[in-house]
Design a binder for this molecule. Structure first.
Ligand SMILES: Cc1cc2nc3c(=O)[nH]c(=O)nc-3n(C[C@H](O)[C@H](O)[C@H](O)COP(=O)(O)O)c2cc1C
Length: 365
């Protein structure tokens, strides 16, 4: 059942940031009485799952994106999403793409890469099975602002919960690769300074107008990952990647970075050109015809990647954690991802339209 989303796509990003979250996330006290370190009734015992060295009640949460700031993260924690990821930040203030940033897409079934290449049509209503497209361009406040806010969110996590800090580097447009790598390292340092216990680097943002996602440039993934690990030491580092069609390339990625990083999160969105029924670009502006599709349509891809990563991990005798993402909206989806080999499971679209999802999964498990 779809509920009022905690991020309201009809409002601008700025308004969501200033006034959100909405719906049940704005009234968490109605659903439970719970301070940051107390336990809810279904969590009377010790948390038994381990996620990258942190005990969690359930290895389930919200990935980078819909939790725009500490108010959103706190609401997610209150609603028992035990792993809450703060939206990807940068080392400098960065604007958001113009409104709208989210629209529903008219599609049922599995969105293969071939089908995505053929383009999609947007629609007015959000209904099930829900798939959307999103394009924000990874906006960021200045570190002066997000560092304090993220530190506040990190502290709020109660027993059996953890906050993940997501970040990425920014290209300066001068082709200076060294500078780009250093910006990732600086971002990692700034996030670590907030006290975040797990860091996630976004190598798969589809909305920046780059034809090739960074995650497909394996030597670069390795170089940046090594540089970040040199900076942050024992703090766990997760890399966020997109769907890989090419198994050889995925194997190479795992071989090259699987022992450097602590976790691999897959997948981000699948890019597709989205137009309205009348043929106009659904999300207006240069470089925004193609945007990132997520929700039900990409579940097959998140599950498949989880399985393939789990097989490669076993074959190569590695230990990295797998974070399964894509189209999770029910307890069955959670179980499928766990069975496929995910150490943790995350939901963005599903959670946005069902803020009670984590509570529901805990009840039904
Ligand atoms: C509103 C929204 C914003 C997002 N922003 C980010 C982001 O800043 N960084 C990131 O790594 N992924 C971002 N994503 C991608 C999600 O983390 C996730 O990988 C993707 O949506 C697939 O999961 P889903 O099918 O559960 O939505 C965003 C997704 C949504 C829906």
């Amino acid at each position: 059942m779809l509920r009022e989303p905690f991020y309201d796509p009809k409002k601008s990003y700025e308004e969501n940031y200033a006034r959100g979250p909405f719906g049940a996330f704005a009234e968490t006290e109605k659903f439970q009485n719970r301070g940051p370190s107390s336990q809810g009734p279904d969590e009377a015992s010790e948390p038994k799952y381990d996620f990258l060295g942190n005990k969690v009640y359930l290895p389930f949460g919200i990935p980078a994106g819909p939790l725009l700031n500490a108010r959103f993260v706190k609401a997610a924690l209150d609603m028992r999403f035990d792993i809450a990821t703060y939206k990807t930040v940068r080392t400098q203030e960065y604007p958001c793409h113009p409104h709208p940033n989210v629209v529903a897409v008219d599609f049922e079934g599995n969105l293969s890469v071939e089908k995505a290449a053929g383009g999609l049509t947007s629609k007015e209503n959000y209904d099930e099975p829900l798939s959307i497209t999103n394009s924000f361009g990874v906006p960021s406040t200045d570190p002066e602002i997000w560092q304090k806010d993220l530190a506040d969110a990190v502290k709020y996590a109660g027993t059996g919960q953890v906050v993940v800090g997501s970040f990425q580097g920014t290209k300066k447009g001068d082709g200076n690769v060294e500078g780009f790598v250093s910006d990732f390292v600086l971002a990692a340092r700034l996030v670590k300074e907030t006290g975040a216990k797990i860091l996630e680097v976004n190598f798969s943002c589809p909305n920046e107008g780059t034809a090739h996602l960074l995650c497909f440039d394996i030597p670069m993934v390795r170089r940046v990952s090594e540089a970040i690990k040199n900076e942050i030491g024992d703090t766990p580092l997760v890399i966020k990647i997109a769907y890989y069609e090419d198994q050889k390339a995925l194997k190479k990625l795992v071989q090259d970075v699987g022992n450097i990083v602590d976790g691999i999160s897959a997948i981000n969105t699948i890019g597709s050109a989205v137009r309205t029924k009348s043929g106009e670009q659904a999300l207006p502006g240069e470089g925004r015809l193609v945007s990132g599709v997520c929700g039900e349509a990409i579940k097959w891809a998140g599950l498949e990647m989880t399985e393939r990563l789990a097989k490669l991990r076993e074959e190569l005798g590695m230990k990295f954690a797998i974070v399964g993402v894509g189209g999770v909206s029910s307890v069955e989806d959670f179980k499928k991802y766990r069975a496929a080999g995910a150490d943790a499971v995350m939901s963005a679209t599903g959670a946005m339209w069902n803020p009670l999802l984590a509570r529901g999964i805990k009840k039904e498990l």
